[in-house]
Design a protein around this ligand. Structure first.
Ligand code: NAD
Ligand code: UDP
Ligand code: UDP
Length: 341
């Protein structure tokens, strides 16, 4: 019969047929995994500002919340799917921002096997999706791939000092495998990839009981509880405000470099200095207590952002002292603690 004479037509590979057919080139359908989380929801806000973008969020709500996206729910250009990235996902998109993964140590250590699955199977699924539809995919990797770094500050060329069998390994080794998968799909299947190595990020919408240091100190200061500095207090981190982070991620996605590229704020502080700054800005009456630390805590961390400056024309704009009050305002509203006149 006539059907057997029809030759199967192989779908064109990258770029996605969506970019050529019913949408004009400038229209983009963008998937954000983990889009109900802290960084993801701010990224969605920025992407939705461009009226040519359609945004699909896939999130299992482990550490994220629909509340972070409430202003977009019901908007025709926006779609929210309850989905776990360890399961296959079938959607037609042009770009994938792959953020899904718990980021705070208390949450990623809660079910370490699930954290590994999210990083490995989750990233594999998103790469399979990118391959099928010809989408460009960006992975939010982490400065934790440098482990307890022996090189300071950390350039992208540093291979890191990571414990493969420790309690943080589900996260840092998981992200290292995710980076490997990204490059293998790129080399083997020609997938367009982007890798951001994100350094500690803070801002409004962080979970109040998230366990990370900036959210802990601000919540403690507002509740009038002692700030808990984990020993020795001389360990350092470099904190990037979330609007700067989102700007860096979008520039990386839109640019021509695969990365990995460090995105973070080089301003470096000891945890004791951070506690003193929060105390001074938010509640001068509060105490600072030294408490026990957790295993494998990196002693120092600061991004070398030479590549981000040169290749993306990006550098952070918001200083810690300017970002903390913006986060304080959000935490006051959520905790119901008003500012004393
Ligand atoms: P977050 O915990 O607020 O957001 C993660 C989101 O992913 C949440 O909405 C969560 O529900 C979702 N999620 C987790 N597992 C999932 C799964 N299996 N399937 C679907 N959704 C899942 O964390 P964040 O701070 O917004 O971090 C976002 C990304 O940035 C993560 O990939 C994290 O590793 C990376 N990162 C963050 C920081 C930081 O300082 N915030 C630093 C380095 C890297
Ligand atoms: N995958 C997916 N959505 C797609 C295409 C693939 O979630 O649109 C998943 C698929 O289930 C598989 C993974 O991505 O587990 C890797 O896909 P790939 O095609 O690279 O490998 P294969 O399916 O051949 O093992
Ligand atoms: N930390 C602290 N008090 C807290 C929580 C964390 O002093 O209440 C320290 C922790 O020991 C680490 C740093 O703050 O040295 C950053 O920890 P966080 O969990 O925020 O992020 P990490 O960079 O370790 O992923």
């Amino acid at each position: 019969d006539h059907q057997t004479t029809v030759k199967p037509v192989k779908p064109p590979p990258s770029p996605s047929p969506l970019r050529n057919s019913k949408f004009s080139k400038s229209n983009m359908r963008i998937l954000v995994t983990g889009g109900a989380g802290f960084i993801g929801s701010h990224l969605v806000d920025k992407l939705m500002e461009n009226e040519k973008n359609e945004v699909i969020v896939a999130d299992n709500y482990f550490t994220g919340s629909k509340d972070n996206l409430r202003k977009w729910i019901g908007q025709p250009r926006f779609e929210l799917i309850r989905h776990d990235v360890t399961e296959p996902l079938l959607v037609e998109v042009d770009q994938i921002y792959h953020l899904a993964c718990p980021a705070s140590p208390i949450f990623y250590k809660y079910n370490p096997v699930k954290t590994i699955k999210t990083n490995v199977i989750g990233t594999l699924n998103m790469l399979g999706l990118a391959k099928r539809v010809g989408a460009r995919i960006l992975l939010t990797s982490t400065s934790e791939v440098y482990g307890d770094p022996l090189v300071h500050p950390q350039p992208e060329s540093y291979w890191g000092n990571v414990n493969p069998i420790g309690v943080r390994s589900c996260y840092d080794e998981g992200k290292r495998v995710a980076e490997t998968l990204m490059f293998d799909y790129h080399r083997q299947h020609g997938i367009e990839i982007r890798i951001a190595r994100i350094f500690n990020t803070y801002g409004p919408r962080m979970n109040i009981d998230d366990g990370r240091v900036v959210s802990n100190f601000i919540a403690q200061a507002l509740r009038g509880e002692p700030l808990t500095v984990q020993k020795p207090g001389t360990q350092t981190r470099s904190f990037c405000y979330v609007s700067d982070m989102v700007d860096g991620l979008i520039r990386l996605m839109e640019g021509e470099n695969t990365g990995p590229i460090n995105i973070g704020n080089p301003g470096e502080f000891t945890m004791t200095e951070l506690a003193e700054t929060v105390k001074e800005l938010i509640n001068p009456g509060v105490e600072i207590n030294m408490v026990e630390n957790t295993p494998d805590d990196p002693r120092q961390r600061k991004p070398d952002i030479t590549k981000a400056k040169a290749l993306l024309g990006w550098e952070p704009k918001v200083k810690l002292r300017d970002g903390l009050p913006l986060m304080e305002e959000d935490f006051r509203l959520r905790l119901g603690v008003s500012k004393k006149k």
